[in-house]
Design a protein around this ligand. Structure first.
Ligand code: CTP
Ligand code: MG
Length: 233
């Protein structure tokens, strides 16, 4: 579980994973969401590089894995999300053969989504991503900085687009090979599955969920609080 980001787009404050959602750190919600699945036996939390001790303390304090059989370990993260995922993979014990990579910034993912991804991996898919159809029409543009109008260069057919979420599930050796390749060649994949695609390995999509949205901007905090309030009602 990469949780080492600073959350710049959320605005000033504590690292994003440590910010509260209805009084509980986002990371605790995210660990609970994963631990709820019987497919998950261990959660490796990748903490901000200088915050591993604080994160360990918070997770204990909130009894994050609750009464489940899931173990939780904490390791320090890196400069980029890719680095953090690689450091998390390095902390897995021997004998693990499949892995889910889940953003701490998606604290409200329903257990059904976790199980759907895990089931597809268990049934033999080397790489699985949960995703949803895209509601907006998407344009490709020539990027201009400084707020100038940007020329449109194309409009991909919306019905073929999917917005990708996490947890993304992998055969561990496939994901490890993808990370090793990126470490050698360096590139800017924005998700783990994108790195696996570059290896030429097939990635499949299973249905994602509205509540697996990523908390990125301030408005997402409003949505997350509303979802939690609805769950309590
Ligand atoms: N992440 C990480 N290590 C990094 C950067 C990101 O573990 N060096 C994690 C974040 O903690 C988050 C997930 O990757 O759980 C998705 O990243 P994102 O939503 O972009 O979070 P941040 O990078 O923290 O946010 P921002 O890009 O707005 O700064
Ligand atoms: Mg980021």
């Amino acid at each position: 579980m990469p949780a080492a980001g600073r959350g710049l787009r959320l605005g000033p404050g504590a690292p994003k994973a440590l910010r509260a959602l209805s009084g509980t750190p986002m990371l605790v919600h995210a660990v609970r969401a994963m631990a709820r699945s019987r497919a998950v036996s261990l959660v490796v939390v990748v903490a901000p590089p200088d915050g591993a001790d604080e994160v360990r303390r918070l997770l204990d304090e909130h009894n994050a894995a609750g009464e489940t059989a899931t173990d939780v370990v904490v390791v320090p993260g890196g400069e980029t999300r890719q680095d953090s995922v690689r450091l998390g993979l390095a902390a897995l014990p021997d004998g693990v053969d499949s892995v889910l990579v889940h953003d701490a910034a998606r604290p409200l993912v329903p257990v059904e989504t976790v199980e759907a991804v895990a089931a597809a991996v268990r049934e033999g898919a080397p790489a699985v991503v949960p995703a949803l159809p895209v509601p907006d029409t998407v344009k490709e543009v020539q990027v201009r900085t400084g707020g100038e109008p940007e020329p449109v260069t194309g409009t991909p057919e919306r019905s073929r687009l999917r917005a990708v979420q996490t947890p993304q599930g992998f055969e561990l050796k496939v994901l490890a090979a993808a990370h090793a390749q990126v470490a050698r060649e360096g590139d800017g994949a924005t998700d783990d599955a994108g790195m696996v695609e570059r290896l030429g390995v097939e990635v499949v999509v299973v249905p994602g969920h509205d509540e697996a949205f990523k908390v990125t901007r301030p408005l997402d905090l409003v949505l997350a609080e509303a979802v939690l309030a609805r769950r309590r009602a």
